[in-house]
Ligand binder design. Structure first.
Ligand SMILES: Cc1ncc(COP(=O)(O)O)c(C=O)c1O
Length: 393
């Protein structure tokens, strides 16, 4: 054991603690009714991404258990080593149809997909690809861009004029990267305009649908599927099986050729163990359920609107949110932490998001809703926000 390593790490951790940026893991048990058991009290969950409550849906849990019983707890190896099970192909087919794409490929997680697919695409034909990435893209996209070792241009958040300018400056292969719903702001990208811009500049478009899948678009298919249905879609649609689908894992959907390329050239697919049957079973059941959950989606978005209106009346900036993710910008890190603590004292689990995840001076509460919150829980949340976030002048 290298004591020198531990010493260096301890010094860094102390510096983080001094800056009040030390992250720690806290025990918390999620319950069937959308509440969290914090040991001494129950908290209404306004922090999770389980937007439709599917992680606790009986069909999702039952199919996960059933597929584990039938097919085993794990996968024997990478899919290129021991072959692909029929259940894996069946889930990929279901995903492709759900996202209105020709084909889909499963990945172990959304982070792994973004971190490894982007470099695999940037290296596609040996010619230089320029990556154009929205400044608010998720850390996994940033990681993928870094790993690509390609030229990068960062465009101002949702500023298509700026993107247009940057695209004009480059010839050759171009890949535009965006989320369809931004994870920390809860606003949307203008996908139809991005599709047009990409076409005009001969660029490919990569869309991360982690927070749109299951919640937005007809039957919860996401925003990229909306575009595809009206003629022109994104070239690469990535999404997760966690969050609204309630399980774990991720996928990339697009043309058959795209998927064939990734099977051949994407290390995060090639050199990793296939998803286990329980995870596939959960995804399979979620995909059966999601298209029929319009009532839950309506409730979710209606509740988000009520929360935004309350925050607006109290003069909190909600950053263009139009989704189930509702930020309340507080400003300083200390004030955001204090607001989260007050909410927790009032029985609400809400996280303070601070730099480096968001820009300095924009620390915020990231309030996320779930259709699983019943009227009483939602009212508790609204009352607590009213009591704990003083009106701003
Ligand atoms: C936009 C976005 N993409 C990707 C991911 C990573 O997904 P996963 O949790 O499956 O690794 C997240 C997770 O928070 C996300 O918000």
């Amino acid at each position: 054991m290298d004591a020198g390593l531990d010493r260096a790490l301890r010094a860094q951790l102390s510096a983080l603690a001094a800056a009040r940026r030390l992250r720690t893991l806290r025990p918390l048990q999620s319950r069937d009714d959308g509440l969290h058991d914090a040991g001494d009290r129950l908290l209404v969950d306004a922090a999770s991404n389980d937007y439709l409550g599917l992680s606790r849906h009986p069909l999702v849990m039952a199919r996960a258990a059933e597929w584990a019983q039938c097919h085993g707890a794990g996968a024997p190896a990478s899919r290129l080593v021991t072959g692909t099970r029929e259940i894996t192909l069946a889930v990929e087919e279901k995903l492709a149809a759900f996202k209105r794409c020709e084909a889909a490929l499963l990945f172990s997680s959304g982070f792994q997909a973004n971190a490894t697919v982007i470099p695999a695409l940037a290296a596609a034909d040996g010619s230089e690809t320029v990556l154009f990435s929205d400044e608010l893209n998720h850390a996994s996209i940033v990681h993928g861009c870094r790993a690509a070792r390609a030229r990068k241009e960062i465009f101002r958040h949702n500023d298509l004029g700026h993107l247009d300018d940057l695209l004009r400056r480059h010839a050759g292969r171009k890949l535009i990267l965006t989320e369809s719903v931004f994870s920390m702001d809860g606003d949307r990208a203008d996908l139809p305009a991005l599709v047009q811009l990409a076409e005009r500049h001969g660029a490919a478009l990569y869309v991360d649908e982690a927070h749109a899948t299951g919640v937005l678009g007809a039957q919860g298919r996401g925003l990229a599927a909306e575009c595809a249905a009206s003629g022109g879609g994104a070239d690469v649609v990535m999404g997760t099986l966690g969050k609204a689908l309630g399980g774990f894992g991720a996928y990339v959907a697009g043309s058959r050729t795209l998927i064939d390329w990734l099977v051949n050239r994407c290390p995060g697919f090639i050199y990793t163990t296939a998803l286990p049957p329980a995870v596939l079973g959960a995804a399979d059941a979620a995909l059966d359920l999601v298209p029929g959950m319009d009532a839950e989606r309506e409730r979710l978005l209606r509740d988000a609107q009520r929360l935004r209106e309350l925050l607006a009346r109290r003069n909190y900036d909600t950053l263009g949110s139009s989704t189930q993710i509702v930020p309340a910008v507080i400003g300083s890190e200390e004030d955001a932490l204090a607001a989260a603590r007050r909410l927790e004292d009032a029985g609400i689990l809400a996280v303070a998001i601070r730099p480096p995840t968001v820009a300095a001076g924009t620390s915020r509460l990231r309030l996320t809703l779930s259709s699983r919150l019943d009227d009483a829980a939602m009212q508790r949340l609204l009352d607590a926000v009213a009591a704990c976030l003083p009106a701003r002048t």
